[in-house]
Design a protein around this ligand. Structure first.
Ligand code: GLY
Length: 492
């Protein structure tokens, strides 16, 4: 058996590792822009070949596929989906685990995702406005003094999202100014260079609550959820600093339990089931709209909000990074068998199982990431304890080691009975990585610690009390205002 993997980051190293563990002993081939040293080792060890190439260019991926004649291709990142790589492969009768261009619209366009959610009345839908230009957004920002999330309307690797709370009347002019400045920078900077999308800016109502990702395998008929994972987006301990692609992630059982007592959960069993049902509804809706089958991964990047309970913040058409490292570490079932079931649309006949263990992933980054990536690039890496717990991410093979690629350089995985135990193991691995030229690395030491997890549980409890109160009164998802003399009124 032969498998071609598309992509060369930490997520793809996790996928390659799972493929290599398969009882089918596949030859693993890979194509990516940088040669990832961890994937290279697996490719070489399995008897495959590593191709350097543009993973967003159908002719380059088809060229690699032609050379190795794979039984199937596994597409790791989202951009190849947006560039129609799965479609190009399917057109040549090469089976592919990857969302076709039309179904990947769920992730590509945050505006299309919200349109679809409202059209199909899918729970967890937020109020939003979409704009093609900055000028179109000005009257809206001038008129409505609301707490909002300003977002690039296209998937842009988590960059450019800003939440602006607007509660104090005496600050409204200042807040308007900040909103306008950021809206303008989204259109003119963050969206510059993306010409594959009509709408550029999305303004959504601001919500709060713990965030979590529910990743699912799907063959278009059956949707199989994986354990919920919580990503930590901010660069520094205590959820401080700029947002990144993800500094690390935690998982513990299907519903993100803390790992000791049942009631110590960030989300409950029921909230997990509802979240997975929402992802299924999104898949059904996009298939209905496009007439295309969804083969691969669909994930809901969710928040437990006071308005709705489980609420979609974004959809992914692939595994999250670093969330992939959590779920693939826990996966007991053979990944190749799962891929074959997706291709044959027989996932319904399969039992997909996960270890009941806690997994903590911590990303190690060179200083400069995320805002000055040029400074974070080109430093030689010393990895003294490279073992099964370390995934290479943004790194380029250089002789027997690697140099940094400018983003998260490795992802360290710790496992254990509880999250703090797993966190301590990941911490040890992080300390084993350094840069030979003395340039500094940083990582978040708080991910998965008792204090950090308890904070998330507390936030979940606060959101739960409010959404359950609303639910009991038939007010779930409804926006209410109090009008003197009239009482509580539904708006919108
Ligand atoms: N962890 C965020 C992402 O995969 O986009």
């Amino acid at each position: 058996m032969k498998v071609l993997l598309v992509g060369g980051g930490g997520r793809e190293h996790a996928i390659a590792r799972s493929l290599a563990k398969s009882s089918h002993c596949p030859k693993v081939f890979c194509i990516s822009e940088l040669i990832n040293p961890g994937i290279k080792k697996i490719v070489t060890g399995s008897g495959g070949e590593y191709f350097r190439g543009d993973t967003n260019d159908p002719s380059s991926v088809l060229g690699a596929a032609k050379k190795c004649s794979p039984d199937f291709v596994f597409v790791g990142p989202e951009e190849p989906n947006f560039h129609g790589i799965p479609d190009a492969l399917e057109a040549q009768s090469i089976p592919c685990i990857g969302a076709s261009r039309e179904v990947a619209e769920l992730e590509l366009s945050k505006a299309s995702m919200r349109d679809l959610q409202w059209k199909h009345r899918i729970p967890g839908r937020l109020w939003y406005k979409k704009f093609k230009t900055f000028e179109e957004a000005i009257p809206y920002i001038e008129e409505y003094a609301e707490s909002v999330a300003l977002k690039p309307a296209r998937q842009a690797g988590g960059k450019g999202v800003k939440v602006i709370e607007d509660f104090q009347v005496y600050l409204q002019n200042e807040k308007r100014k900040v909103k306008k400045e950021h809206a303008e920078s989204i259109v003119n900077e963050y969206m510059k260079g993306y010409d594959d999308i009509e709408y550029k800016l999305l303004i959504e109502e601001r919500v709060w609550g713990p965030e979590y990702t529910v990743q699912c395998f799907t063959d278009g008929r059956t949707v199989v959820p994986m354990p919920a994972v919580q990503d930590n987006k901010h660069a520094f301990d205590g959820d401080l600093g700029p947002e990144t692609g993800g500094m690390g992630s935690i998982s513990c059982c299907m519903n993100l339990r803390y790992g000791v007592e049942d009631d110590r959960a960030v989300i409950t069993e029921e909230e997990f089931a509802r979240s997975a049902e929402i992802v299924k509804m999104m898949i059904d809706a996009i298939q209905k709209e496009t007439g295309k089958r969804y083969h691969g991964i669909a994930a809901g990047q969710m928040m437990l909000t006071s308005v709705w309970g489980p609420t979609v913040i974004e959809m992914y058409s692939r595994l999250g990074d670093p969330e992939a490292a959590n779920v693939l570490t826990m996966l007991k079932t053979d990944l190749v068998d799962i891929c074959e079931a997706i291709i044959c649309e027989s996932l319904n006949a399969m039992k997909v199982e996960f270890e009941d263990e806690a997994v903590v992933v911590k990303a190690v980054c060179p200083e400069g990431y995320p805002d000055q990536r040029n400074l974070a690039k080109g430093h030689p890496v010393r990895a003294t304890r490279e073992d099964g717990g370390i995934l290479w991410a943004s790194a380029e093979e250089a002789g027997s080691s690697a140099v940094t690629g400018g983003s998260r350089v490795v992802e360290c995985i710790g496992t254990g009975d509880t999250l703090p135990e797993a966190s301590a193991k990941a911490e040890e691995l992080c300390k084993s990585i350094s840069l030979e030229d003395g340039w500094k690395l940083f990582h978040r030491s708080d991910i998965g610690t008792e204090k950090s997890v308890l904070r998330r549980i507390q936030l979940g409890k606060m959101a739960r009390e409010i959404y359950q109160y609303r639910e009991r009164r038939g007010l779930l998802g409804k926006r209410m205002i109090w009008i003197p003399g009239k009482g509580l009124m539904e708006v919108g």
